[in-house]
Ligand binder design. Structure first.
Ligand SMILES: Cc1ncc(COP(=O)(O)O)c(C=O)c1O
Length: 406
């Protein structure tokens, strides 16, 4: 019997290209002995960013008592810390019962989409997006519908486009703020438009705020749920991965606010799925209370001369000095999303461009269409390497592009 052992048909429409063919090629090159500079994942640890000592201690000291399962929603003390944090951010109506801890925001995105989507349901997701959103909606059997964001407006949402895409089947709108991959941080006016549209069309909001503490140039970031009131259901997702540099701990949370009574069936579904996976990684939950209190070391990295700011600035100015590239400045998060002059380089396939750069220069970036962007004219790089490594990488990119034609 040689019948192929196939994957499930439900995966047919699930795409997660930021870890697909290109990563296979990278591993192949590494197996051949090449060193690849990976500028493709927002993972601070390999770039020499360390977690604050208090966070390590909170986990180490609690390890002996972290051996059993805990409440499927998470440790009470950690959930209380999340509530108290949100109270200081203007989200006043959240209680500890509406906080769910997860193995990163990633798990909570897939879990909530599984709990929500019926086959006919549509979820509005930004283009470009963080592609886990699109993949999770597809996996849950729903239909992702992308609304455009506008590069010429600092990557703000195009609300005419968004409203035109609302149908009787639309259930909610995903808002990624600060944004991956564009680096946009939305003003309160922009956030208010989301709330108004949600109210008008009776939609829920999904606020992915994993980069909430990574905003540059003294800007402030408003949590969407501080503006949604009691009538708009808002699911807020955040966690320790980025601001506390512990992606590997897998510590994230979900806060549900708004008309809980109306959403009781959906919330029961979330509870059911949370129970089915027992609980999130318990040692990492012990880090949450410690992380959210006291001095926030991420702020040092965001000072004008702080490491993250210096790296973002160097990458932004160097990219803009390369003939055929233009790049918006990022106001938040850990990425730049530069535009390529496709006519100049004859680019029709952005994945091909990324593979060519990888093979020639041993530098790994991500192609824009992996973020569900509509044209093959962008790529994303992380601004995590130190300035020396970034300068070298971007010099090599410039040299590569000086003779590149697809
Ligand atoms: C916008 C966005 N949401 C969610 C995640 C996943 O975060 P976590 O490590 O908490 O699963 C990422 C990771 O890069 C992200 O960029």
């Amino acid at each position: 019997m040689n019948t192929p052992i196939d994957q499930a048909r439900k995966l047919e429409n699930v795409r997660y290209d930021i870890r697909g063919r290109i990563l296979d090629k990278t591993e192949e090159l590494e197996d051949q002995g090449h060193t690849i500079l990976r500028l493709n994942v927002g993972n601070p640890a390999p770039f020499g960013f360390e977690a604050p000592d208090e966070i390590m201690m909170a986990m180490i000291r609690n390890l002996p008592t972290a051996q059993g399962y805990c409440d499927s929603r998470g440790l009470y003390s950690a959930r209380t810390a999340v509530v108290q944090y949100y109270q200081t951010r203007g989200i006043t109506d959240v209680t500890v019962d509406e906080i769910y801890l997860g193995n990163g925001v990633s798990e909570l995105i897939t879990l909530t989409m599984q709990a929500l989507c019926n086959p006919e349901d549509e979820i509005l997701i930004p283009a470009p997006d963080y592609p886990l959103w699109t993949a999770s909606v597809s996996l849950a059997g729903g239909t992702p519908v992308h609304y455009l964001t506008d590069e010429s407006q600092g990557w703000a949402p195009d609300f005419d486009d968004l409203e035109a895409r609302i149908s009787p089947r639309t259930r909610g709108i995903v808002v990624i703020n600060p944004n991956n991959p564009t680096g946009a941080v939305y003003s309160t006016e922009v956030l208010q438009r989301f709330v108004d549209i949600a109210r008008k069309h009776d939609l829920m909001l999904f606020a992915d705020e994993i980069y909430e503490k990574i905003v540059y140039d003294g800007r402030s970031m408003t949590n969407l749920a501080s503006m949604t009131g009691r009538d708009v259901l808002c699911l807020t997702y955040s966690g320790l991965s980025k601001a506390y540099r512990v992606c590997g701990f897998r510590a994230g949370w979900l806060a549900i606010t708004g008309p809980l009574e109306r959403a009781s069936s959906f919330i029961e579904g979330i509870k059911l799925l949370a129970n089915m996976r027992m609980c999130a990684n318990v040692p990492a939950q012990h880090a949450i209370q410690t992380a959210l209190g006291g001095r926030q070391s991420i702020e040092d990295l965001l000072l004008p001369q702080g490491r993250l700011t210096a790296q973002r600035d160097l990458a932004h100015s160097t990219l803009n000095s390369i003939d055929g590239i233009s790049c918006q400045q990022a106001d938040g998060a850990l990425y730049l999303f530069p535009k390529l002059d496709v006519d100049k380089f004859g680019i029709v396939d952005d994945e091909r461009f990324v593979l060519d750069l990888l093979e020639s220069e041993k530098i790994l970036v991500s192609h824009g269409r992996a973020f569900n962007w509509i044209e093959p004219d962008h790529f994303r790089l992380v601004t995590l390497p130190n300035t020396d490594d970034l300068a070298t990488a971007l010099e090599r990119l410039g040299n590569f592009l000086s003779s590149y034609s697809q």
